[in-house]
Design a protein around this ligand. Structure first.
Ligand code: ADP
Length: 352
């Protein structure tokens, strides 16, 4: 049984087509991952499902009931969206979580109980009286999730719930999500660019590229089919930009934010390229090598996968994912905020 069905959804921002002819079924009780590179349309899709944004065209159904304009308020209460960046009232954690419950006019006792349970789920018992705005980024993200969980809505839409967070916070958030899905049967849609997260915690995965859902299916099947895996793996470091050929047969691609990369591709005009995380060498000092691309950045996310560590490195306004062994990670004494250099060959830059 579908909780939500999207039929031919289109979203335009002025001339920009952010979503194009999206058909999607969200099944009751599932965790659905929406994966895709930055700018693919994930947030827009979630906002439309949360009834926060109106689509430019198409229909949405709750079960088999059409969500018409006059019913939006009624349906909005069934869904909650957690944004990447949360806004808090300048008051306690308790009041921030209780606010939505008070608006729903729940009895005081029930509000108290729900706030406590939600705080337990995100492992923040004892934080009720703390000032929400004074918490760390990771703690705020947990409060933000607790605020959504306390509402006990049928559908939870999470936009990049663990982006830019430390590994401990990531695992607390992932556990809380899995827990409510298992115990409360809450239907969850997670927009993420973290392939490991999609692979490990969701039942189905939809891949969105340029505003279109290009693949959808059982997560296990999607991740084990090799051609698809390739496209997933490549999603991590996808960049678009203008390519200008050079006389030596290579191309300089301006990917924005002042970053130009050199590619061994003979092409010009607008292109999308990717670099596999394992093709990038990470070092603490600039390397003297034949590789044409050297970028300086800062580690902004660390994901520990046992013998392998994946790092997200911010370079100006963009970010690159790099994969290194745990051993190198420890030997190099890397941490969030460490300054590093990324080096890759022009031949490692491939067309999408
Ligand atoms: P993602 O979440 O996958 O990074 P978004 O849904 O945020 O992608 O954006 C999809 C596209 O729509 C992007 O090209 C983005 O620039 C554009 N877009 C999103 N929101 C707006 C807006 N409010 N006004 C104009 N363009 C927007």
């Amino acid at each position: 049984m579908n909780l939500l069905t999207l039929h031919n959804i289109e979203k335009r921002y002025g001339n920009k087509l952010a979503l194009c002819n999206v058909n999607l079924e969200v099944k009751r009780g599932e965790i659905l991952a929406v994966v895709g590179p930055n700018g693919a349309g994930k947030t827009t899709l979630l906002k439309i499902m949360a009834l926060i944004e109106a689509s430019s065209r198409g229909e949405m159904y709750y079960g088999d009931i059409k969500i018409s304009k006059d019913k939006i308020e009624e349906f909005r209460r069934k869904f909650t969206m957690v944004f990447q960046k949360s806004v808090f009232f300048n008051t306690s954690v308790y009041e921030n979580i209780a606010y939505g419950l008070k608006m729903r006019k729940l009895p005081k006792n029930e509000i108290k109980q729900r706030v406590q349970e939600a705080l337990q789920l995100v492992k923040l018992e004892g934080y009720a009286k703390r000032q929400a705005r004074k918490l760390s980024g990771g703690e705020q993200q947990r409060v933000s999730l607790a605020r959504a969980l306390a509402l006990e809505t049928e559908l939870l839409l999470l936009d990049e719930p663990t982006a830019n967070l430390d590994p401990k916070t990531v695992s607390i958030i992932e556990e809380a999500i899995a827990d409510v899905n298992r115990r409360m049967k809450t239907t969850i849609v997670i927009a993420t660019h973290n392939m490991f997260q999609a692979q490990n915690m969701t039942h189905r995965t939809a891949l969105i590229l340029n505003g279109k859902i290009v693949e959808i299916g059982k997560t296990k099947e999607i991740f084990t089919s090799s051609t698809r895996l390739q496209s997933f793996a490549s999603l991590e470091n996808v960049f678009s930009g203008n390519a200008e050929p050079r006389p030596d047969g290579t191309t300089i691609i301006d990917i924005g934010e002042g970053i130009k990369i050199q590619a061994a591709i003979n092409t010009c005009g607008k292109v999308s390229v990717f670099v596999m995380p394992e093709d990038i060498i990470l070092s603490k000092r600039p390397l003297i090598s034949s590789a044409r691309n050297v970028l300086k950045g800062t580690i902004i996310e660390i994901s520990d996968f046992g013998s392998i560590v994946r790092l997200r490195v911010g370079v100006n306004g963009l970010s690159f994912v790099v994969q290194i062994t745990k051993r190198s990670f420890l030997e190099m004494r890397l941490n969030l905020g460490s300054k590093v250099f990324l080096t890759f060959k022009a031949s490692s830059v491939r067309l999408v």
